[in-house]
Design a protein. Structure first.
Lengths: 191, 191
């Protein structure tokens, strides 16, 4: 994709989806995220019972340069694996100190964030909320609502994705349903 | 404003406005934009008749660093000065080759763009349209509809604003109403 010429892509404000053939959605099913959930039995049951789609997002094919901005949408479906809500894998940026902006279009969720040093922050996101995720903060989007959780995002195209400790241990905090409400708990892998 | 910690700001998806006291809107009235419109008599009449608000936008007070992203909304009201639609002043980035993303939330308009060398491009924007404005392209938002034209924007916080030739001569193309429709015409100052 040429980053020297202007171009327009339509990301539907309600569905979050893009119909352009220039943009390919990426899909993450329960099987792709099995090891990210604490309850592996629940994950295996979900995979056997149809392997639901947890989220999808768009990545453009722009040059990874510091003067280019990468953008698109992420759409997380409602649901749980065990008591944990559907969520994205989450990542640090390879260029660790680069920031990212998410703008919530629809739904209800939480942006879970942490630094390599163990600082933790999380914010509720509702339609119209824009969050500034600073450099150094890994970030994961979690759908705590009953409808799709859709956000528009922008980051520097050279930022890169680094899964670091996330693939082995996940984030330091989990978001689980208790008595019908989302509750933030300690991830026992980090105890 | 601290760019090392996450923060959330609410930009209403319908009005485009932010109620947070941490963010101050900037207002551009007809009197601020008088010299940008071709028809100075019409501009003076509008100023005398109440000096209408043409647009407002939000600027955060983030450090101007290359790893920080600046974001907010711009809201252009419907109307015309003479036959020219209400529009933003438009700018190059001081770091000329840095890009910007606009995501249309509401209304109907045109993103007018040009390079210092005289390349011209313009794109219609409708709700859900995201535009990639590459580095080197000056950009101006023009409301060609009958309702407010609202966009969410993101750019590198060190990009800066350079009005360059725009303050003297404007953009190479104008968008004017002819027979009730927007038409792109040559700016006579650039002939």
């Amino acid at each position: 994709m040429n980053s020297d010429k202007p171009f327009v892509l339509d990301f539907d404000l309600l569905s979050g989806l893009c119909k352009s053939e220039r943009v390919k959605p990426k899909y993450r099913y329960a099987s792709d995220m099995r090891d990210q959930f604490l309850d592996k039995n629940a994950a295996d049951m979900a995979i056997k019972a149809g392997n639901p789609l947890l989220y999808e997002f768009y990545g453009l094919d722009l040059p990874e340069r510091d003067n280019v901005l990468q953008f698109g949408t992420t759409k997380i479906y409602p649901g749980k694996i065990g008591s944990e809500y559907y969520m994205t894998k989450g990542h640090f940026h390879t260029l660790l100190d680069t920031s990212e902006i998410y703008y919530c279009l629809r739904g209800h969720g939480i942006m879970m964030m942490e630094t390599p040093e163990g600082d933790v922050d999380y914010r509720e996101m509702l339609p119209g909320d824009a969050i500034y995720v600073p450099g150094r903060w890994a970030h994961r989007s979690i759908n705590t609502g009953a409808t799709p959780f859709v956000m528009f995002f922008v980051y520097r195209a050279d930022a890169g994705h680094d899964y670091g400790t996330i693939e082995e241990k996940g984030f330091r905090r989990l978001v689980v349903e208790k008595n019908g409400k989302p509750v933030v708990t300690q991830n026992p892998k980090w105890l």
